[in-house]
Write a protein that binds this ligand. Sequence first.
Ligand code: SF4
Length: 326
Amino acid sequence: MNQFQYVRATKQQAAIEAVAKDANAKFIAGGTNLVDLMKRGIMTPQKIVDINRLPLAKIEHQANGLLIGALALNSAVADHQLVRERQPLLALALNAGASAQLRNMATVGGNMLQRTRCSYFYDLAMPCNKREPGTGCGALEGVNRMHAIFGASDKCIAVHPSDMSVALVALDATVLVSGPQGDRRIAFADLHRLPGDTPEKDTNLAPGELITAVEVPDGPFTKHVHYQKVRERASYAFALVSAAAALDLDGTTIKAARLAMGGVAHKPWRLTAAEQFLVGKPATEETFRQAATVAMQGAKAFKYNAYKLRLAPNTLVQALKTATAA
Ligand code: SF4
């Protein structure tokens, strides 16, 4: 591992200033991704600013909905009564992620900002535009069975690995950010980026900006929800494809729907056209299959991930069926 300076921050503004004025500085909280990347030499910050002492771990209900601090642990959020009662989809997605040990270390902010698990990104012997801009993409012509079917570019076809983020984008969450220019709010759908020509940028955060919390608005999605994750072993594996489904039902008629998929794009993939298609329709498998067809418009596979063109709609249909029956 490269040598680096360790700074423990006790004041939020000091932490932000320490990272904002040093292009080689990074925030660290749970460290469940960053430390791995540093050990492998994939990320080599000269300075890490430990934010674990900042008071950013609260979970509470406010006028706008649930407010979850960026330092709340994944396990604490998933187990919290307010989350289980008001946003059960979020609890399901969190519990589908990683392992119990990792959920006890990983924070909400860090979960959002974890980096892709593309194997070429982790292999220093291979070209990777995300790790080293301009070197090429090893996955484009390589073994790309884990890779994107939506929103990819000829520079990068990686997917975002977070389960939690799939639920948050479906639930219209908002990210609260503090930075050198002050505070701002970012719609969760706008936090992560598609790769375009700059795949080295995972998010739209400005240098030095710190995620302080996420706000999840109250809604009717407290009962008919499901997070369906398809992976190669029962736990501690990233999604091949996942689907978050939340329905508001009037009898068997769909009043409103919130849908998103994971494992399919460089960002958590919201399915707004399929949501609109479902409104007013009966909650039947036939309806769900039609919605899945809508959801898959624009999908494009690479050499080894064509199976996702069938797996993704089937996963969405299963999520909707299970949510209906919940
Ligand atoms: Fe790197 Fe993206 Fe290509 Fe993977 S898909 S090798 S992360 S540029």
